[in-house]
Design a binder for this molecule. Structure first.
Ligand SMILES: Cc1cc2nc3c(=O)[nH]c(=O)nc-3n(C[C@H](O)[C@H](O)[C@H](O)COP(=O)(O)O)c2cc1C
Length: 214
């Protein structure tokens, strides 16, 4: 027997998309709603229960403009190149993603809230082995996804992005982020234009799932 209403739970899990072109840049977002969603996000698991999540919430227009510049500088020609390649290959879904990502890159500063999820890296060695990265990312990205789900449930949309990280030092300087705090992304947040989103096309589970052994 289901513990929660599956029609609601499954709809939330299957329709929380990367929202870019349908972000409502005009509608203000209160700090209270961001706090509410972050409060839910930190219920997510962390390795060794270390709870190293840190969040920088940016609403200041000048800082968002500066983050927009950093984001575009980090992106370089990646999105244009990706779009060209996807178009040439006739990869429709990829073409749509790149078109949408280019729109976001041009307009990210207009999103009323930028959230920069970070993780404390006090105990990180210089060249950490793979399992350390898994532990580190695994201790922040589940919380980020919970944050995005909580937003979606409240009529807001977001996209997890990483392109600004190529210029992460500039963002760290702009926002005064200390050296032991690692940024993992930039999540623009806004109310969505309309609330109907669909499940995305994904490969058949049989192609990506191995039972008992590879
Ligand atoms: C690790 C990671 C990095 C991403 N970086 C970016 C990014 O820099 N810019 C962007 O517009 N979208 C970014 N995305 C969003 C993906 O493009 C998006 O999740 C994917 O196309 C699937 O779309 P959907 O989330 O709507 O199903 C990123 C997603 C992940 C998981």
């Amino acid at each position: 027997m289901a513990v929660y209403d599956l029609s609601i739970t499954d709809a939330l899990l299957s329709t929380t998309r990367a929202v870019r072109k349908r972000l409502d840049f005009e509608r203000p977002v209160s700090n209270a709603i961001i706090r509410e969603c972050l409060q839910l996000a930190v219920q997510a698991p962390t390795g060794a229960n270390r709870q190293g999540w840190r969040w920088i919430v940016v609403t200041d227009r000048d800082k968002r403009n500066a983050m927009g510049e950093i984001y575009r500088s980090g992106a370089g020609t990646y999105l244009e190149d990706g779009q060209r390649n996807a178009d040439a290959a006739g990869a429709t879904q990829d073409s749509r993603v790149f078109s949408s990502a280019r729109y976001l890159a041009a307009n990210i500063q207009k999103a009323p809230v930028h959230v920069i999820p970070c993780i404390a890296i006090d105990q990180l060695s210089v060249d950490p082995p793979r399992h350390v990265w898994a532990g580190l990312m695994g201790s922040i990205l589940p919380a980020v996804w919970s944050f995005q789900l909580a937003l979606r449930a409240r009529g807001l949309g977001s996209t997890f992005t990483t392109l600004h990280l190529r210029r992460g030092d500039e963002a760290a300087e702009l926002l005064g982020i200390p050296a032991n705090i690692m940024q993992v992304g930039l999540v623009p947040v806004a109310f969505t234009i309309g609330t109907d989103f669909k499940p995305a096309q994904r490969p058949p589970l049989e192609d990506i799932t191995h039972w008992e052994q590879w």
